[in-house]
Design a protein around this ligand. Structure first.
Ligand code: BG6
Length: 470
């Protein structure tokens, strides 16, 4: 059977610590921004963690990871993407010494993956800034965060240098533009945050990211370190040149992040944007040099494409993944209003590759849907999730097309390979997994795991290196 996927293609799945681990205040872990976001990005923050916050227990991955990794291995995963919860290692973020129990947990988790030949792919910061850094320093607005992050990444690089080859610096780094608290630990309410402070925070993250690349290469010569951006192909709503220019400007806002990571300097279009908006980015001596530490690969999430228009009357906000956008009249949407566009993935892969000629890694893609647990006919339970199989199949076919186009694709990790708490709405009902977890929006459930129909489907896709896709 023929397949466009190269040998050694990294098939797998992805989660983030805060959405699955639970044990939010145990084993020396400090609070993170997620512990006070019971309703995700839409709802208000709480002063203290509250019981209605499903992430406090998550899917109890902290205690059940052995069972879960075993299931990943059964599907044939070559790679498993997770994040390290920064506040498990440095509970307050500005501590001088790390929490040994936290370090030991990730040692055990990575060992468990390696036992099955699964490579860990680790995000250093996935929407879980230590809460103390948000409250005391206003998160990444404050330049001191670079030093705290440097201490944290140096600790984990030294600790896991023989176990982890693939690292990502910040999850969806461009999402700070829309979700400054969740993404950048910025405590100032979004409506009060000036563009000046927001983009200064972006600068601090970009410098920190480049510093992580530099340190990573020094500490772990064989490692590959990538950036991670939220990708969202943007189409002009009509061929009207006003729409085309609106589309270009909207793309620039996001391109900025990967451009700096891949090219090592600020692009000219951003200099104009800063001038036009009266923004002056403060560069400390050495920053420009640091930015030259470019990434080894570009990784990204892909869920939706959007449209843009220059006509204010047609600028209706869609419900896409965090960054919004104008809905596309040609596409259907998921139950959460996220428009489904498999070809957009081929398009975005080509676009990134044309721009950077660096290897690409799709580290998030998947369908959030309501699943029904039913009898499997053999005394057990399952979910007949043909809709998920179709979604993933159609997207993977387009990955294959992009590979045939000549794009270098390192791997593909589906988002939420086991059901986890959603990021935007903080609920369990929005499920992405191949493995169903018995936990409900009201917090009830046994936390038992069940294989869905897609479990065997993905196992076959991996086993044939993509030859069974249709
Ligand atoms: C990405 C995030 O934005 O999308 C994940 O990196 C998130 O953390 C995923 O879970 C899907 O979003 P949601 O809101 O459906 O969980």
């Amino acid at each position: 059977m023929q397949t466009p996927f190269p040998e050694g293609f990294l098939w797998g799945g992805a989660v983030a610590a805060n959405q699955c681990e639970g044990a939010y205040n145990s084993y020396g872990k400090g609070l993170s921004t997620q512990d006070v976001m019971p309703q995700g990005i839409a709802g208000p923050l709480t002063e203290e963690p509250t019981e209605n916050n499903l992430k406090l227990i998550g899917i109890d991955f902290y205690h059940r990871y052995k069972e879960d990794v075993k299931l990943f291995a059964e599907m044939g995963f070559k790679v498993f993407r997770t994040s390290i919860a920064w506040s498990r290692i440095y509970p307050n973020g500005d501590d001088l010494t790390p929490n040994e129990q936290g370090l030991q947990f990730y040692d055990d988790l990575f060992d468990e993956c390696l036992k099955y030949g699964i490579e860990p792919l680790v995000t250093l910061s996935h929407y879980e800034t230590p809460l103390h850094l948000a409250k005391e320093y206003d998160g990444w607005v404050n330049r001191k965060l670079i030093g705290f992050y440097e201490r944290y990444v140096t600790t984990v690089f030294n600790r896991y240098k023989d176990k982890v080859k693939y690292w990502l610096t910040f999850n969806e780094i461009n999402s700070i533009l829309e979700a400054p608290f969740m993404s950048g630990g910025i405590y100032t309410p979004k409506e009060k945050l000036s563009k000046q402070d927001l983009y200064q925070a972006v600068h601090h993250e970009l410098v920190a990211s480049a510093l992580a690349v530099k340190l990573g290469h020094e500490i772990m010569p064989g490692a590959q370190i990538g950036c991670m951006v939220l990708s969202m192909p943007t189409y002009p709503l009509t061929p009207n040149p006003d729409d085309v220019i609106a589309c270009m400007e909207s793309e620039h806002k996001n391109d900025f992040f990967a451009d700096v990571h891949a090219r090592g300097e600020y692009p000219n279009y951003m200099k104009r944007y800063f001038r036009d908006h009266g923004i002056e980015i403060h560069f400390e001596p050495g920053d420009a040099e640091l930015l030259k530490n470019t990434v080894d690969f570009i990784s990204f999430s892909y869920y939706v494409s959007i449209c843009e228009t220059g006509d204010p009357e047609k600028r209706i906000a869609g419900k896409g993944n965090l960054l919004g956008g104008v809905p596309n009249p040609h596409l259907e949407a998921s139950e959460w209003g996220w428009q489904i566009d498999p070809q957009g993935l081929r398009y975005v892969l080509n676009r990134f590759y044309d721009r950077y000629q660096k290897p690409l890694f799709i580290v998030e893609n998947g369908l959030g849907a309501v699943d029904q647990l039913t009898d499997d006919g053999n005394g057990g339970k399952t979910v007949q999730d043909d809709y998920r199989i179709k979604y993933l199949n159609d997207h993977l076919v387009q990955v294959g097309e992009a590979i045939l186009d000549g794009v270098e694709v390192m791997g593909y990790t589906t988002w939420g390979c086991i059901d986890i708490v959603s990021a935007s709405t903080a609920e369990m009902k929005k499920r992405y997994g191949f493995i169903y977890v018995d936990r409900n929006n009201d917090g009830t459930g046994t936390l038992a795991r069940y294989k869905k129909k897609s479990f065997d489907w993905y196992k076959e896709v991996i086993g044939t290196n993509g030859a069974t896709l249709e």
